[in-house]
Ligand binder design. Structure first.
Ligand SMILES: [Zn+2]
Length: 83
């Protein structure tokens, strides 16, 4: 426990900023996964594969928080038509 704490910087919570949903202002989020299919042509194994991408969505309106998507994945997050 102490070891875990010593590895983290202690920051005054008053100096942090709450992340809120851009759509409704709610400040709680839930983790969900988008799944991507990787074609055999670009898959490292040479076989078709599937990979999950973790995203966070607002618990109130379901809007995805772009602030919580890792920077390297933001380019991958595009609106997908489900119909
Ligand atoms: Zn929301």
């Amino acid at each position: 426990m102490e070891e875990q704490l010593s590895r983290q910087a202690r920051i005054d919570i008053n100096q942090t900023t709450a992340l809120v949903c851009e759509k409704c202002g709610n400040d709680t989020f839930q983790e969900q996964y988008k799944w991507r299919k990787i074609s055999a042509l670009i898959s490292p194994t040479g076989k078709e594969a599937r990979t999950p991408i973790q995203i966070w969505v607002c618990t109130k309106c379901g809007e995805m928080s772009i602030d919580l998507v890792p920077l390297e994945l933001r380019g991958l997050v595009v609106p997908v038509k489900l119909s």
